[in-house]
Design a protein around this ligand. Structure first.
Ligand SMILES: Cc1cc2nc3c(=O)[nH]c(=O)nc-3n(C[C@H](O)[C@H](O)[C@H](O)COP(=O)(O)O)c2cc1C
Length: 398
């Protein structure tokens, strides 16, 4: 071969070896279906195709007309990023601080009841994923053994104030138990003293307790009911035998424990200010993923007034509709310290158990890093209010 022909042959070989087609072939050879899902929404579609339709509706639904559920997503489109050019973005740092502890990235796992409807031993699968992904998880309980092993994730305990707060001794026992389990916070959900009408589940004649076992169907695909099963209904007035918790109760809990107390479900400036006055350690701006009171607007819309009212005295977290790195970036720019995800990790769980949850965290983390780089803000501390503007020209507060 003449020199020029040899050179030409070599460059052809180099070209072929560098071809994305060849690389894709190698990659496809690994045939791991999880890698075919390119983003969080792909996981959602895959989860829908895998789950029992009754379980899917329970996961996906919102309260009543699902206006808040839709708002949570749509409101992100009214916020526009204002990228900065020519800043050095060769390294991106997602680390941040929350209540004196380091978070590798500002994404946490929201509490969700009924995980067994989506995957067997769901709470533990999620906890294992959170531990290996070094994510903060707000747990609804049932993983005490795993936490006790010392290998569990950083966690806060989710709690809807109930019997424990009424008596001093039970309250103290409760707080002590959590401290022993290595919890670093108690997260009180304040938006679900009454459970909303979730009408998809009501139409499906869904029984909430199924999630503790599994959704049984007979050979013809009909749901199997047992004596005592109580399907969700719209004709029951939800009166409670005891007064529902008040600010006095959260103050009592605050006094009973060294652990930070965090309120989840704050949506207004007034309640944010009150949370600071009541000695809460942080608040989570949340509408329960649009599953409780409808027509409360998107959480990203409520965030600016809550941040303004907290006046930097306590961290403000937010959840609801976060699916993309850009969503997270917008919330951080509006003053959130971290954002929570609910349905995305439940989709990951439904598809692949622990691996799916880890992959969701990874995808969201990578998207955030990429979007921060493209927006010219290589670290969390460089993200500020100037990074966003509102389409209608307002500043996002009322
Ligand atoms: C199936 C499901 C169950 C949930 N259960 C609870 C719960 O028991 N306690 C709670 O505080 N929030 C619960 N949530 C709300 C989440 O913690 C979180 O606020 C919400 O899912 C965030 O919105 P996203 O799903 O759009 O990410 C649940 C959400 C879902 C989807």
């Amino acid at each position: 071969m003449s020199t020029t022909r040899r050179q030409a042959f070599r460059s052809l070989l180099r070209f072929l070896l560098a071809s994305p087609l060849l690389r894709a072939q190698k990659y496809l050879g690994e045939a791991d279906p999880i890698m075919d899902l390119a983003n969080v929404f792909d996981f959602g579609r895959f989860a829908k195709s895998k789950l029992d339709p009754v379980a899917w509706d329970y996961l996906d639904e919102g309260g009543k007309d699902e206006v808040s559920l839709r708002d949570n997503r749509e409101a992100f489109n009214r916020i526009i990023l204002r990228p900065r050019i020519l800043t050095d973005v060769h390294k991106i740092d997602l680390a941040t601080n929350l209540l004196g502890r380091k978070l590798d990235y500002p994404i946490f796992i929201c509490p969700a009841g009924g995980k067994n409807c989506f995957y067997r031993n769901g709470e533990e699968e999620v906890a294992r994923a959170a531990a290996t992904s070094n994510a903060l998880m707000i747990t609804s309980g049932g993983i005490e053994e795993f936490l006790g092993s010392g290998k569990g994730p950083k966690n806060w305990w989710q709690y809807t104030l109930g019997g424990e707060v009424r008596a001093k001794t039970t309250l103290l026992n409760f707080a002590e138990k959590l401290e022993d389990l290595g919890c670093s916070g108690i997260c009180i959900t304040v938006d679900s003293m009454l459970v909303s009408h979730r009408e998809r589940s009501i139409h499906n004649k869904f029984v909430r307790e199924w999630c503790d076992k599994e959704i049984g169907r007979d050979s013809q695909g009909h749901l199997i009911y047992k004596p005592g099963d109580l399907p969700w209904r719209t004709d029951v007035y939800p009166e409670r035998p005891f007064p529902t918790p008040t600010w006095d109760d959260v103050r009592r809990l605050r006094d009973a424990t060294q652990l930070p107390v965090i309120l989840k479900g704050v949506l207004t400036a007034e309640d944010s200010e009150r949370s600071v006055q009541a000695g809460m350690s942080a608040i989570i701006v949340s509408n329960h993923g649009g599953r409780q009171l409808d027509h409360v607007g998107a959480t990203i819309e409520a965030l600016p007034e809550c941040v303004q009212a907290a006046r930097g005295k306590i961290p403000v977290l937010v959840d609801g509709g976060f699916r993309r790195g850009t969503d997270i970036l917008k919330a951080l720019a509006l003053g959130a310290t971290a954002i929570g995800i609910g349905r995305p990790y439940l989709w990951g769980l439904s598809c692949f158990g622990q691996r799916g949850v880890s992959r969701i965290l990874e995808l969201m983390r990578i998207e955030l890093a990429l979007d921060m780089g493209m927006a010219g803000v290589p670290s969390i501390s460089q993200i500020d209010r100037k990074l966003v503007r509102f389409r209608n020209g307002g500043d996002g507060t009322c």
